[in-house]
Design a protein around this ligand. Structure first.
Ligand SMILES: Nc1nc2c(c(=O)[nH]1)N[C@H]1C(S)=C(S)[C@@H](COP(=O)(O)OP(=O)(O)OC[C@H]3O[C@@H](n4cnc5c(=O)[nH]c(N)nc54)[C@H](O)[C@@H]3O)O[C@H]1N2
Ligand SMILES: Nc1nc2c(c(=O)[nH]1)N[C@H]1C(S)=C(S)[C@@H](COP(=O)(O)OP(=O)(O)OC[C@H]3O[C@@H](n4cnc5c(=O)[nH]c(N)nc54)[C@H](O)[C@@H]3O)O[C@H]1N2
Ligand SMILES: [Mo]
Length: 777
């Protein structure tokens, strides 16, 4: 492997070009060549991406429209495809050449860059190496190990990529075996949505569909880096902008995708010299954690306009009929907003009153408003309240349950939402346990299982003895890296079902396996022929996905097959499930999903391959509110809106750290060191800081800093040698990259109700600075 592409001194220069455009095309061409792929192969593959008869992109979960473009993909979706389809292999020879302790010094980039895993492997402690084994021996030993353990001491994790079919089987396996310890990547991601929205509107998922874009007349974006993380959303957004739809964005960082965009698939746009479409009417650099304040300000402006309308005898601004018929808790909300002082709002939000009033004015005259959001809202201690406050704003004018309007959580992994739909949940009330018992002849555990934070606690305190990962890179994605990595080695059993090597694999327990699987783009042939799987996108549409590329290695098994073999080895005879028959024909699994979830999956097999998929019924979209009050609830933040008063006080030396994704990564998968859209390249070991803060601290660009978490729990969490660089950020906020900075996040620093790690507001201090001139000596 070529380890020469190591990180260098970072370069930070303003990126003035639109998102998309030629930069996108150039970036893709470079990646294809680097992965040894012929241009024709990659174009043929991309042509099938997100099509009714093709495969669903392995990158983000954004909607896949029925009237797909010839090339329904984006730069980053294509990168994910190229990354999975690489010609490089991490094979037996590789593991014979490298000890695990040596690989621990490799970066995330270097590990995955080495290519696809090719055969099942078992860690041999005497050699400190992974050695090839047969599938039979792997399944037999894992089965024996699991049988010897208390099921309650084991964790079955899923990263949100595996299909509905695989996930349904996987969660059944866990429950038959005897636990519901089923953390999902969603626990680190949109769980604030999954907890917040049911209380507000009685649905755990968003209420918009792709078609709504055409009818929307205003859009809000909060805390989502769309140009990098769901770039295909820029297409309908661009169309809306061309129709003159106002779009307002709230984000501490000026992310290029929501500023300017040129569609790389539209030849006329590409050839025109202009700057692309202006994507946000106005872009507000809200302070990190200041969203509740900002939304309160907008709502306050709306109340003022409503007062004025009432006085003048004009039509009300509030949708009073909707509020009366459909809502609960409005009066308390009104009191909260009216009592909020503008001084406080503007201080916490870091935005002038006039800006928030401007958004309020446009909101008050718009008829169909969509509110999109991402990790900038969910990964906070008050993530649930962030989400609920945005819903409150929508409810003021009846913007839920009508065309063109709605709440739009932009999910992460391509099937993360679907995994929750088909039972990947630790909460007993969210799975149809009675049906599982009746249909499959076993008694599922009824108590709550462990989600991600509890799983981490159990790993650290030694009560968790085994971890199975259906994809993902758990130890790298979670907070508290140092303790987790140390504790991981005390696990009795560690099994990862994976496509590529990552750092989690390098933390062996006593018995450790890597089980390599097919990727979604690859042909999956079983006893009855080639199989199709299904996924659910961010807008609750279910789509079929058919792999067609040849498998990366003849030894790979499908995820479905691996789960079935694990089940046969572990819980044989403990249920009536015919695992082999299900694997032979995945449509039988879909029939079972339909049987367990008839309200969502009616005629599943008949409908899932139709263009655009099928939308599962969501009562909230029909204004049927499945909440305790039977209404849509206005819910209030319990601590008001100054939610992190101890951090980022002007002049104070504690900063609020946002851990960010670059444009050259997919979660812990690092494709390279070019965060093009932010103008940062060469290194990921960087700390972005406001210019005035740097001056105040006597720091200059490229100086080295050591940072520590500001917490009084007696644990030292420290990252050394970051290069500091001035960046256009609100004062008191700093930015750096995930997962490198996860070691700074205390495990207890999480959302209050949903337990999502508060990765966007980590209190840190600069504890040492070395001027770059001195470091160079
Ligand atoms: N190419 C690519 N695509 C991806 C992924 C990827 O890593 N790479 N990951 C996938 C996954 S799993 C997910 S969950 C999504 C993640 O997609 P996003 O939700 O966009 O997540 P982040 O990249 O973490 O960025 C969050 C944004 O929130 C902003 N932000 C931070 N703090 C605040 C705040 O307090 N308020 C506001 N208003 N904004 C704030 C940051 O500046 C940043 O622009 O993308 C998915 N798609
Ligand atoms: N500080 C900080 N921490 C964060 C976040 C943050 O913004 N800041 N974001 C959080 C979020 S939103 C998420 S979703 C999590 C992500 O956490 P995870 O989902 O656990 O992590 P990924 O990086 O997506 O997992 C990458 C690995 O998945 C495996 N893989 C890839 N494709 C497949 C496949 O088709 N099948 C199988 N079986 N394996 C496959 C590969 O081996 C690859 O190395 O991280 C969270 N952690
Ligand atoms: Mo995510």
């Amino acid at each position: 492997m070529d380890r020469s592409e190591l990180q260098s001194k970072p370069r930070v220069e303003p990126y003035e070009h639109p998102t998309g455009g030629w930069g996108s095309v150039k970036s893709l061409a470079t990646k294809s060549i680097a992965e040894g792929l012929a241009v024709s192969t990659i174009w043929n593959t991309l042509f099938k991406q997100n099509k009714a008869d093709g495969f669903m992109c392995v990158s983000c979960s954004w909607a896949k429209p029925a009237d797909s473009h010839a090339f329904e993909f984006c730069e980053n979706g294509a990168k994910a495809t190229i990354w999975e389809q690489t010609k490089k292999r991490t094979d037996k020879d590789f593991f014979a050449r490298h000890r695990v302790s040596e690989l621990l010094s490799w970066t995330d980039y270097e590990l995955e860059k080495n290519g696809r895993l090719t055969s099942p492997l078992r860690y041999d402690a005497s050699l400190d190496q992974y050695v090839p084994v047969t599938w039979e021996s792997a399944f037999a030993e894992i089965g024996r190990e699991l049988q010897a353990l208390d099921p309650k001491s084991t964790i079955f994790y899923a990263s949100g990529r595996a299909s509905l079919e695989t996930t349904f089987m996987y969660q059944l396996l866990a429950r038959i075996y005897g636990h519901a310890n089923l953390p999902d990547s969603s626990n680190m991601c949109h769980e604030s949505t999954s907890v917040g929205l049911p209380l507000s509107i009685g649905s755990p998922v968003g209420t918009i569909q792709h078609e709504d874009f055409e009818q929307s007349d205003m859009m809000l974006f909060f805390g989502h880096n769309t140009g990098t993380n769901a770039p295909r959303l820029l297409h309908p957004l661009q169309e809306a902008r061309k129709r003159g739809v106002p779009v307002y964005t709230f984000n501490p960082i000026e992310e290029r995708g929501l500023m300017r965009f040129k569609n790389p698939q539209a030849p006329t746009e590409m050839l025109s010299p202009d700057e692309g479409t202006k994507m946000s009417t106005d872009y507000f650099q809200v302070r990190c954690g200041g969203d509740i304040a900002a939304i309160t300000g907008i709502a306050k402006a709306v109340f003022a306009l409503d007062d004025a309308a009432r006085e003048a005898g004009r039509e009300r601004v509030l949708d009073t009929a909707f509020i009366k018929e459909h809502c609960h808790g409005f009066e308390a909300f009104e009191r909260f907003v009216r009592a909020a002082e503008w001084d406080e709002i503007t201080r916490v939000a870091g935005l002038p009153q006039g800006d928030l009033e401007e958004v309020g004015r446009v909101y008050a005259r718009s008829k169909a408003v969509m509110a999109h959001y991402g990790m900038g809202l969910t990964q906070h201690r008050h993530g649930v309240e962030n989400v609920q406050m945005l819903v409150n704003l929508l409810l003021m004018r009846g913007n839920i349950g009508k065309p063109g309007a709605g709440i739009s959580p932009i999910r992460g992994h391509s099937n993360v939402q679907g995994q929750r739909t088909v039972g990947m949940t630790e909460k007993p009330e969210l799975a149809p346990l009675d049906k599982f018992a009746e249909f499959y002849g076993f008694e599922p555990p009824r108590e709550k299982g462990m989600a991600t934070v509890e799983a981490c606690e159990g790993i650290i305190d030694g009560s968790v003895k085994a971890f199975i990962g259906l994809g993902g890179n758990f130890s790298r994605a979670v907070p508290e890296t140092a303790k987790i990595e140390e504790a991981w080695r005390r696990l009795r059993l560690h099994v990862q079902i994976s496509t590529k090597l990552n750092r989690n694999h390098l933390l062996p327990g006593e018995v450790t396996y890597i089980l390599p699987c097919l990727g979604r783009i690859e042909r999956d042939t079983q006893a009855t022929g080639d199989q199709t799987v299904s996924i659910e996108d961010s807008t609750a549409c279910i789509h079929g996905s058919k792999g067609w590329r040849p498998p990366a290695s003849p030894e790979l098994l499908s995820e479905t097959k691996i789960v079935a073999e694990l089940a046969k080895a572990t819980v044989a005879g403990k249920s009536t499930i015919p695992w082999d028959d299900w694997v032979a024909d995945y449509s039988r699994v879909r029939d079972e999903i339909e049987r367990c979830y008839p309200q969502y999956f009616k005629d599943f097999n008949a409908r899932f391959l139709q263009p655009g998929g099928f939308h599962r019924d969501l009562p909230a979209c029909r204004r049927d509110w499945k909440t305790e009050s039977g209404k849509a609830n206005f819910l209030l933040p319990e601590d008001g809106f100054d939610v992190d008063p101890d951090i980022s006080v002007e002049g104070h030396d504690v900063f609020k750290l946002m851990t960010l994704r670059s444009n050259d990564q997919f979660n812990t998968t690092v494709y390279g060191y070019d965060d093009r859209l932010r103008g940062i390249s060469g290194s990921r070991e960087i700390l972005l800081m406001n210019k005035d803060d740097m001056e105040r601290m006597g720091l200059r660009d490229q100086d080295f800093v050591d940072v520590e978490t500001h917490a009084d729990d007696g644990v030292e969490r420290r990252v050394e040698g970051l290069r500091v660089h001035s960046y256009k950020l609100p004062k008191g906020n700093v930015g750096g990259y995930y997962p490198e900075l996860n070691k700074l996040i205390p495990l207890w620093h999480h959302e209050k109700q949903a337990h999502v790690p508060a990765a966007k507001s980590v209190p840190i201090r600069v504890v040492r600075a070395i001027p770059q001139a001195v470091a160079a000596e």
